[in-house]
Design a protein around this ligand. Structure first.
Ligand code: ZN
Length: 438
């Protein structure tokens, strides 16, 4: 008697609504064939046949879409209820990556506060197939003017302090030699705390990075800096301008030069609230509890409160600047990607991404546009040719949802199953690991 194969190499998934992720319309009652982890055919149910011996999975009533890609995260600082530099380790980064994957995020980019070797080792181990979780990309240690780099004390001393063009070019060569996926710079005076990275310095960084084939993402606050950075050839913005609405001049320049924009709305929107919106609270205190510890949930919820109605009203006006800028960028066809500033103290993995999608739609993007930003656009920016869309030749990296996110974007949270390279992610074991006492 022959042993049964451990798993079927070929599987036909039938009956789901399929959102391809590239902006093309959904296929109702789809069928798609996955062979050895790769999608080989996509079509309507009945048109795509299962070869002899193939397994069949009935997904009637479900929606499938590509797994999410978050281009603006910071891994490794959260441990239990604490958030501090001593926590930064392989263990805490892996926790963040597992939590991201649990909530349907297959890929994350850590933007510039990764000290030492740990993130690079994790990246190597994932490439070798010996470590799971969301796939990590890293900018290693980013660069800013002294005392004008990453915002919180937690990150003190991690970024390079750059004061001369020679130093800037040397630091860039140092990080490109370590094969960072991006270079992160901060161009901000941190509310007057310190002089910001000057145009000659950021021009030197961008020029040297491009000589080495590495792209540069900028944290920006002021519209004037955003304009200077676009003119200097910046590749991506981890934030929009926050002092003023982005005007037509900068929007057109961003579109023309193909600059990638991470709206990063979700951490800023807190200020306009006097409490957490009830539907969000229901999710956070319900399904999110499966993989986010209660002490973090309590803190996220608290961050939505603690202010007067007048303070919230003032913040709502400041936040409306971001909403209008995003609507303009989207209408003009800018390359928008998902970025949650995920992994900051009150922005846990899983929560930040799904909230960000909701806020992108709230600001005027369609659910389809938000999904494109969170899938194919992110893959394109990471030069991942095998993921980000559901089409023949792509890796079978997809979410199975219980409800349609094109009807209501918050349905991206209603995850039934997750597949990466055609293999189902074991969410129960991820959940158990994340809930274990550490
Ligand atoms: Zn950030």
């Amino acid at each position: 008697m022959m042993a049964a194969p451990a798993f079927a190499q070929t599987t036909l998934y039938e009956g789901a609504r399929l959102i391809p992720g590239d902006g093309k319309p959904a296929i109702e009652r789809s069928a798609f064939l996955v062979e050895n982890g790769t999608i080989t055919r996509v079509g309507r149910q009945g048109d795509v046949k299962a070869p002899a011996g193939a397994a069949r999975v009935d997904l009637t009533g479900k929606t499938v879409m590509p797994a999410l890609i978050d281009i603006h995260t910071h891994t490794g600082f959260q441990k239990g209820a604490t958030y501090r530099p001593e926590n930064y380790s392989r263990e805490t980064i892996v926790d963040d990556l597992n939590r991201a994957l649990y909530f349907g995020v297959s890929t994350v980019v850590s933007e510039g506060i990764d000290p030492g070797e740990v993130a690079f080792r994790i990246r190597d181990d994932q490439a070798a197939g010996t470590l799971g979780g969301a796939r990590l990309f890293t900018a290693g240690r980013g660069m800013g003017a002294p005392n004008a780099g990453p915002g919180a004390d937690t990150y003190r001393g991690i970024a390079y302090d750059v004061t001369t063009e020679e130093e800037a070019r040397r630091d860039v060569r140092e990080v490109t030699a370590r094969k960072v996926d991006f270079i992160k710079i901060w161009v901000d005076d941190r509310n007057g705390r310190a002089p910001e990275l000057s145009p000659p310095l950021y021009r030197a960084i961008i020029d040297e990075a491009h000589r080495h084939g590495v792209r540069v993402n900028a944290h920006v606050f002021y519209l004037a800096d955003a304009k200077g950075l676009v003119a200097a050839g910046i590749d991506g913005f981890t934030h929009m301008a926050r002092d003023k609405e982005m005007d037509d001049e900068v929007v057109q320049a961003i579109v023309k030069r193909g600059v990638v924009v991470m709206p990063t709305l979700q951490s800023t929107e807190r200020g306009r609230n006097t409490g957490m919106p009830p539907p969000l609270a229901a999710w956070l205190n319900g399904p999110a509890r499966e993989a986010i510890p209660p002490e973090i949930i309590a803190r996220v919820q608290a961050a939505y409160g603690g202010r007067t109605a007048a303070q919230a009203a003032a913040a709502r006006e400041r936040y409306a600047i971001l909403q209008r800028s995003l609507a303009k960028l989207s209408a003009a066809g800018a390359r928008i990607v998902l970025g949650g500033d995920t992994g900051l103290q009150d922005d846990p993995f899983g929560f930040a991404e799904h909230r960000e999608l909701e806020l992108m739609v709230d600001a005027g993007m369609t659910p389809m546009q938000a999904i494109v930003a969170a899938t194919s656009r992110g893959a394109e920016y990471l030069r991942l040719r095998k993921t980000g869309t559901l089409a023949a030749g792509k890796s079978a990296d997809f979410l199975v949802l219980d409800a349609n996110p094109l009807d209501d974007i918050v349905n991206t949270r209603r995850i039934a199953r997750i597949f990466v390279s055609g293999a189902e992610v074991d969410r129960n074991s991820l959940r158990a690991g994340l809930n274990a006492t550490k």
